[in-house]
Design a protein around this ligand. Structure first.
Ligand code: TMP
Length: 254
């Protein structure tokens, strides 16, 4: 499959022009960053794992009727996706207190929230992705009221589906971050679809039995065994066999 020119390089992924108009190739790097890239490392094999885990989750969401950008995985590090215009928001869905909400409101990490909470952050590294309200979003024109309603409804459905998917393999979905984009049809009408990735880089995943962290907090908090934890998530989801190691050249993983 031909890969076009590089369109965008982010902290963990690169986007290239795809083979057909309206498609892109999403490449998963091994780079990890935290705290707005103040902390950086290369974690060998992370990109391969996230490519597979995101394929698995997005494929499941497609089957459950959630429109998203994933088309198919191309190889160990790349997937073909629909091109979208990214809405500059990070949508965070929280079931259990952890991370910034625990800090902000003085909650104990692991405390069940009274109900699922949806938050929005404006995607702007220079501003450190500030938390924003629905009023900021519509007043500054980052998304319309209709788009916001669609994003919230989809986020809650993704939460239900993913909570079930992970619970079935003994993992608790604590919180996660989604990004959405506008897909244009021939008449230039748009619809909002889920984009980006769903992987241990942007979810908090805790082992149900032990509360052990199986996500990027292992990197953020220097807990060690980061890729080992990601690999365990992949194993539990049935993506990898017990003793299998996923590498760039591993044909079994193709
Ligand atoms: P937070 O508790 O640090 O606000 O993070 C909430 C969730 O969002 C957590 O699952 C990690 C994810 N997240 C990202 O994917 N990217 C980010 O830049 C941040 C800050 C959080």
């Amino acid at each position: 499959m031909s890969r076009g020119k590089k369109l965008y390089e982010g902290k963990a992924k690169i986007l290239y022009e795809g083979p057909e108009p309206g498609t892109l190739i999403q490449h998963f790097k091994d780079d990890a960053t935290a705290f707005n890239a103040k902390k950086k490392a290369t974690l060998e094999g992370k990109g391969v794992l996230n490519n597979r885990i995101s394929e698995h989750v997005m494929g499941h969401l497609t089957r459950m009727g959630i429109p998203n950008h994933f088309i198919k995985r191309l190889n160990m590090r790349e997937q073909l996706v629909h091109q979208v215009e990214i809405i500059p928001l990070e949508v965070v869905i929280r079931n259990v207190a952890a991370g910034s909400i625990a800090k902000r409101f003085g909650l104990d990490e692991g405390e069940e929230l009274p109900r699922t909470i949806v938050e929005f952050y404006y995607k702007d590294d220079a501003l450190d992705d500030p938390m924003v309200s629905e009023d900021h979003i519509t007043a500054f024109g980052w998304a319309s009221h209709g788009e916001l309603d669609e994003m919230v409804a989809m986020s809650l459905r993704v939460n239900d589906i993913c909570s079930g998917l992970f619970a079935a393999v003994g993992i608790r979905l604590i919180d996660f971050k989604l990004e959405f984009g506008r897909q244009f049809d021939e008449d230039q009408l748009t619809r909002v679809i889920l984009a980006d990735e769903i992987s241990p880089d942007n979810c908090r995943l805790w082992d149900m039995a032990t509360n052990e962290k199986m996500d990027k907090d292992r990197f953020r908090r220097d807990l060690g065994n980061v890729t080992e934890a990601y690999a365990e998530v992949a194993r539990r989801l049935g993506i990898m066999k017990e003793n299998q190691v996923l590498t760039d050249t591993n044909e079994a993983g193709k």
